[in-house]
Design a protein. Sequence first.
Length: 211
Amino acid sequence: MTEDPLAPAVRTQILATEHWSLLATRSQTWSEVMGRITAQFTFASASLVVLALTVQVVGVNDSFRLLAIWLGVSVLVTGSLTALRVRNASQEDLMLVAGMNRLRAQYVAMDPSLKDHLVTGWTDDTAGIDRTYAMGVHRTGLAHFLASAFVFVGSVNVVVAAGLGAVLADTAGAGGPATFVLGLLSAVLYAGLVVWPAHRGYRRAHQAPAR
């Protein structure tokens, strides 16, 4: 029994359809995430404007401190939720890249000469995924991590946590040095308890893409 001559073309069409589906999902995901990040930073900026206008009217009194605390808590909570969405989107993006690499592996299996023309990777291991992300540019893992949207959002949240801790310390009557130390401690605790564990979850997914 001879092989159907249309079979390779049909397989290619199915793979291409799936490839475009993953690309569309990836684009939609990051469009939604960027919109959420923009909304979060707009809220944070508006909160700073409110505090700046309020302090000009009432000065640094108990009412101002209470407002600063509530706004700080609100910005930190919504910022943490935004960072969580960014982390989840990064994991989803990783799975999408791995899936597209597997599809390219099928293209290469049908025509091995395609390897010489692919800029992105065609394996779903760490090397193949890194090849797709880097597009031929050599980057260290640290550079990729620091340039990520998650670190950007997380860094803003760390600054908010430091400010909130300092305001709480000042409201409790702590002196200048103590306020600085407690603000710094709040930033370190937030980074250690929220930002770093979220990053570890992404790293575990990166080292072992789901199959």
